[in-house]
Design a protein around this ligand. Structure first.
Ligand code: PMP
Ligand code: GLN
Length: 382
């Protein structure tokens, strides 16, 4: 069985996507856009294939992409990782997370995350042999509870793994919360691992990379991915940067996971990272409109909507419709109304699952007309 704490089986995304396909439902479960990223970037990948960029890339990634990642961090955040020693390219953020946790943690260590947490965190912490501890994000704003967070750190906390902007809750953490993470990581000598794959998908609130906070860079590994920003989730190009000693340890593990990552996509994503500001602004603005359309539709369908400040995801409480078991509802929804969603409790341990048992997550990275149709179908639930 796959549970959030590292038993292995079929992921919730595969389970719900399979049900959605079978029922011919609108899939607002798994988070992937229904329109591809920029045509010029897809053309750059085709050109790379035509030009013979088809054999193994260097293990740590092609220089052109490592340099583009470093330039992106400089341009948006004023960070200056050394592309030779402080950046590696990975097979998606998923591999970056896996290599980082396997490199830095093991039996006897604790890895602290917020709860709910993205599904691969539980599985990878389990595979590393470490113990997974959590601190809750609670309704209605799903910001960290700083007192609880302080108590959740222990002398065994080796890594604090934070996803900001946050999947599944859609929270963009405020500066105070992030500063507290840094303060506690310093006090307990923990490494901060930041999963910032939704860094550009925020709606009117700033994304603050933890590595920019005082005292943070020397203990922070920052992970991101091309999937969300550029709408090429299937290319599986990710990256990480951090202090050279940590990056060297992570690279050692990465060699034995995938060795290297998709060659023709690397120069294409290097070009994508260099797109001008209007591209990045357009991505966020387009998604914000989609968020608003789906939020409104879900509200009309009688659900309590928690409007997110970032990511692809809106969470709702289905309790106003009398729902007490969202996991059961999520497994009926594709057949019942032709829409698929993910129950939030699958991103939790037992306590958190209890707290979130009537919550559902809907992905809004879909065409406006698709979102409108999904909302109309959900309205029939009332
Ligand atoms: N972290 C989070 C929070 C995610 O939502 C996802 C996937 N959408 C990933 C990591 C994995 O990213 P990738 O597809 O680049 O492996
Ligand atoms: N990150 C995507 C989501 O949260 C799914 C990616 C996957 O299927 N592993 O929906």
């Amino acid at each position: 069985l796959l549970t959030a704490d590292g038993g292995l089986g079929v992921t919730i995304f595969e389970e719900i996507t399979t049900m959605a396909v079978k029922a011919g439902a609108i899939n607002l479960g798994q988070g992937f856009p229904d329109e591809d990223g920029p045509g010029a970037i897809a053309a750059a990948a085709r050109q790379a294939i035509a030009a013979g960029t088809n054999q193994y890339a260097p293990g740590k990634g092609m220089p052109v992409l490592r340099e583009a990642v470093a330039a992106h961090q400089q341009r948006f955040y004023g960070l200056a990782p050394d592309p030779d020693t402080e950046v590696i390219i990975t097979t998606g953020a998923t591999e970056a997370l896996a290599a980082t946790l396997l490199a830095l943690t093991g039996p006897g260590d604790e890895v602290l995350t917020f709860e709910p947490f993205y599904d691969s965190y539980g599985a990878m912490i389990g595979l590393s042999g470490a113990t997974h501890t959590t601190s809750p994000l609670r309704a209605p704003d799903f910001q960290p509870d700083l007192e609880h967070l302080e108590q959740a750190f222990t002398d065994r906390t080796r890594v604090v793994l934070v996803n900001n902007p946050h999947n599944p809750m859609g929270t963009v953490f405020n500066r105070e919360a992030l500063a507290k993470v840094v303060e506690l990581a310093e006090r307990y000598n923990a490494v901060i691992v930041m999963d910032e794959v939704y860094e550009h998908l925020t709606f009117g609130v700033p994304h603050i990379p933890v590595a920019t906070l005082p005292g943070a860079a020397e203990r922070t590994v920052t992970i991101s991915s091309a999937g969300k920003t550029f709408s090429f989730t299937g290319w599986k190009i990710g990256w990480l940067h951090g202090p050279a000693d940590l990056v060297a340890a992570i690279r050692t593990v990465k060699q034995f996971l995938s060795y290297s990552s998709g060659s023709p996509f690397q120069p294409a994503i290097a070009a994508a990272l260099a797109l001008d500001d209007s591209f990045y602004q357009g991505v966020a603005a387009g998604l914000q409109r989609k968020r608003d359309v789906l939020s409104e539709g879900l509200r009309r369908a009688g659900l309590e909507v928690f409007t997110p400040d970032g990511t692809y995801f809106i969470n709702v409480d289905a309790a106003p419709l009398g729902v007490t078991d969202a996991p059961a509802l999520a497994r009926q929804l594709p057949e019942l109304v032709g829409v698929a969603a993910i129950p939030v409790s699958v991103f939790c341990h037992a306590d958190g699952a209890e707290r979130t048992r009537s919550l559902l997550r809907f992905a809004f990275c879909k065409k406006i007309e698709v979102l409108e149709e999904a909302a109309a179908r959900l309205a029939t639930l009332q």
